[in-house]
Design a protein around this ligand. Structure first.
Ligand SMILES: Nc1ncnc2c1ncn2[C@@H]1O[C@H](COP(=O)(O)OP(=O)(O)O)[C@@H](O)[C@H]1O
Ligand SMILES: [Mg+2]
Length: 399
């Protein structure tokens, strides 16, 4: 690595070997050795400083990339995401105080304060699905000492490359999400359309059953009565038979009424939702033999027909669930208008839902969730062993 020398500027008397003492040779040897050690230590120190600096740069880089991932994961609006990313960038550059960044994409820009395009500029293209969709740039607002290439470090070029890639991925992700949301919305519309088609069909069926069969049974009953009046009183055998037919006709008429009402509760059309729910709760008490309290507020709540029907069907599904799954001894139905919203809450004191909703089998509850979200409402389910189940549906009343 070099040498250390000692010279006499004039001739001196000869010593042990040449003109130097053995001890002097020895001394120079150890001086050279010492210098060597010092140089080695200094080198190591310089190396350490360099590595520390590199590490610091790397750390900034990692922080920046980590920050970007967090912003993307938060899944806000794409504008919020891009503004969040651009704000993070300058801190990762060698001279953060004079660094400024800008993202340009889709005809819009997102930038840090006082961004200005200068000669000290680094830019990378943002690609989405392989197509350039804009760029991300970093500029120094003042001159800086030259670095590895131009005024930027190789690591900085690399970092901007990664940032541009991540922005591309964020945009791609956002697009995919939007598409998903759109197709989900279309699906909901389809479900709602199918539901109303189903309701119409039920309506038609209910009317037909009620009118056609009801009238036919009424006519039959009159004929049978006519027949009965014509049998001689002593023909008890035949009279018993005719009375049995009349009873059978009455039972069938009641069944026809019941089936028609279940298909399409006329009460809903004629007297509104609270009355229809009252009837439904009555049916529930009869079928299930469970005590059930009903609270409606206000009692004369009137809602648009479509919404009434949705709430009526949801109540029907929830009460059927209580019968089928809850093993409850009490239930309660609450129908309330709260500000601009209508609330339906069905509570039971049964065994609670055993496991989390299993999407493959919970078609009843899933149907409710989809319909309620189509109506821009929300569903809350509370359930547990020993506390029973409460399903609460809140739907804004359309203006
Ligand atoms: N009130 C309730 N009490 C206890 N478990 C319930 C209740 N309601 C629903 N569940 C549970 O949630 C599951 C999903 O309900 P649902 O989507 O209506 O499907 P289904 O009634 O066709 O089984 C039921 O199978 C049942 O295990
Ligand atoms: Mg069900």
């Amino acid at each position: 690595m070099g040498e250390v020398e000692v010279c006499y500027r004039a001739k001196v008397p000869p010593a042990e070997a040449g003109c130097f003492l053995a001890a002097e040779r020895h001394l120079l040897e150890s001086i050279a050795e010492r210098i060597g050690k010092i140089l080695k230590r200094k080198g190591a120190e310089r190396d350490l400083i360099k590595r520390t600096k590199e590490l610091r740069e790397r750390n900034k880089e990692l922080n920046c990339l980590y920050g970007i991932s967090r912003i993307v994961e938060r899944r806000g609006s794409i504008d919020g995401i891009l503004q969040g990313i651009v704000t993070l960038i300058p801190a990762s550059w060698q001279y953060p105080d004079i660094a400024a960044a800008r993202i340009t994409t889709g005809g819009r820009t997102f930038q840090t304060p006082r961004f200005r395009r200068t000669r000290h500029r680094l830019a990378r293209a943002i690609k989405v699905d392989g197509t350039t969709m804009g760029e991300v740039e970093v500029c120094y607002r003042a001159k800086v000492p030259p670095a590895e290439a131009g005024c930027f470090l190789a690591a900085e070029r690399h970092l901007l490359e990664s940032i541009a890639k991540r922005i591309g991925v964020a945009i791609e992700l956002h697009r995919a999400e939007q598409q998903l949301r759109l197709s989900h919305m279309k699906l909901r519309e389809l479900i709602e359309h199918l539901q109303s088609a189903r309701e119409e069909e039920r309506h038609r069926l209910a009317r037909e059953i009620h009118d056609e069969m009801g009238q036919a049974l009424a006519a039959l009953k009159m004929d049978v009565r006519w027949l009965r009046e014509r049998f001689p009183r002593r023909d008890t055998e035949s009279l018993r038979m005719v009375r049995s037919i009349e009873r059978f006709i009455d039972i069938t008429s009641q069944n026809v009424q019941r089936i028609a009402s279940e298909l399409r509760p006329v009460l809903l059309d004629d007297f509104g939702l609270p009355e229809a729910i009252r009837w439904q709760v009555g049916q529930f008490r009869k079928r299930a033999g469970i005590r059930c309290r009903l609270l409606t507020r206000p009692g004369n709540l009137t809602l648009d027909h479509g919404l009434s029907l949705v709430i009526f069907r949801i109540a029907q599904e929830l009460l059927t669930n209580v019968i089928r799954h809850a093993a409850a001894s009490r239930a309660e139905v609450r129908l309330e208008k709260r500000g601009g919203e209508v609330l339906l809450r069905v509570t039971d004191d049964g065994r609670g839902m055993r496991r989390r909703m299993d999407p493959a089998h919970s078609f009843g509850l899933r149907g409710i969730l989809e319909r309620v979200s189509y109506w821009e409402g929300e569903v809350n389910i509370r359930s547990g062993a020993g506390v029973g189940t409460t399903v609460e549906v809140l739907i804004p009343i359309p203006a």
